[in-house]
Design a protein around this ligand. Structure first.
Ligand code: NAP
Length: 338
């Protein structure tokens, strides 16, 4: 009998799925991914092999098939309709995939008597507009959008299966984490990709919303290590993963501008504020349409001290380093020498 451990990643084509598949392969796991299309995944070739299975979180039969085929030791659910803005347009779909999808996996594991450990990708969005700062595992939830509400359901059903059936089921409550594999719909990647395009003349200007919006931003590659550590503990438990530092979109933008090597200047203020290149061309401007009418997140910052104490996990990459990693990658992709 083989002693090689196997893992199934649901949502393996996404940012975290691609890093997690590489991490698990490097640890000697037999890695399987559930994906809903045959499209290229965001993983690079550096990570090692993963067997791809096709299925969907809305489709129980596909979950039963893949779990019975793989009989994994660990299941990581990273699959979700994960875009907050989109969740207001497709709230029912978001509830179905991001919320009910978690039950479909847990119930499949239960019914097929698969003793796999289960990781649920919970989110700092659960804390919504909390005024308690920083937030930890004890902070009450206050979800403020359909995505967060579906994630709250996923969180509690994971806990419920742990308590009702004694399953090893854990929630990772993760704060924002970015990387060169982040989807372009997120502001960090929009900035790095747009600046690289501006450098090559493929784009004139980058339009952004509120530059003062602040987030606790970490590096995805480090955060997937925290997920894996949660699954190696003696007892199942829930953990916050965060950097514990808040930075503004402006800070990230200016680190990225510095990485490009362009000489840039700033002028104007409010909605008339612009960033110009050495020739006086406007390369960044404010577009009020991108200012989100969402809740202010003044208090939003994670306290990952439990993860540090129990898992020995700590975020190390600074915002400046993250900007450098992402900017260098997008410049390289567009053929620009750093
Ligand atoms: P992502 O890049 O958006 O990946 C989401 C994954 O879910 C993709 O592989 C996507 O597949 C898959 N998916 C979507 N709908 C599905 C369906 N109906 N059936 C099966 N799979 C489906 O997200 P991420 O940044 O890697 O994040 C991973 C997880 O952590 C998500 O659940 C997210 O909500 C959560 N999270 C992320 C952050 C963060 O800052 N990144 C923070 C907290 C929590 P396609 O490639 O086919 O679209």
């Amino acid at each position: 009998m083989s002693s090689q451990r196997s893992a199934l990643i649901i949502g393996s084509s996404g940012q975290d799925g691609s890093y997690l598949s590489e991490l698990l392969a490097s640890k000697g796991y037999d890695v399987h991914g559930l994906e809903r299309s045959h499209a290229e995944s965001r993983s690079t070739s550096e990570g090692g092999a993963m067997t791809r299975h096709f299925g969907d979180l809305s489709d129980c039969n596909s979950l039963v098939r893949v779990i019975n085929t793989v009989r994994p030791d660990e299941v990581y659910n990273l699959g979700a309709q994960s875009q907050i803005n989109l969740s207001f347009s497709v709230p029912e779909h978001t509830a179905d995939i991001t919320g009910l999808g978690v039950t479909r996996i847990l119930e499949t594991l239960h019914r097929t008597e698969c003793p796999a450990r289960f990781y649920q990708a919970s989110s700092s969005e659960l804390f919504g507009d909390t005024t308690i700062s920083p937030q930890n595992e004890q902070t009450p939830f206050s979800p403020r959008n359909p995505y967060a509400t579906a994630k709250a359901y996923g969180f509690y059903i994971t806990r419920n299966y742990r308590e009702s059936y004694g399953m090893f089921a854990v929630n990772g409550i993760l704060y924002n984490h970015e990387s060169p594999r982040r989807d372009e719909s997120y502001v960090t990647r929009k900035i790095t990709l747009s600046l690289a395009r501006i450098m090559t003349g493929r784009q004139d200007c980058l339009a952004l919303g509120n530059l003062e919006a602040k987030r606790d931003w970490g590096y995805a590659k480090e955060f997937v290590e925290g997920m894996w550590l949660m699954m190696q503990q003696e007892k199942p438990d829930d953990f916050v993963l965060a950097t514990g530092h808040r930075h503004s979109v402006r800070e990230f933008l200016e680190h990225c501008l510095d990485c490009t090597g362009m000489k840039w200047t700033k002028s104007g203020d409010g909605d008339d504020e612009t960033y110009k290149d050495a020739k006086g061309n406007v390369i960044v401007r404010i577009d009020p349409r991108f200012k989100r009418p969402t809740v202010a997140k003044e208090a939003f910052i994670g306290d990952a001290s439990k993860a540090k104490k129990v898992l020995g996990w700590q975020a190390k990459t600074t915002l400046k380093e993250l900007a450098d990693i992402m900017m260098t990658s997008d410049m390289k992709k567009l053929g620009i020498k750093a």
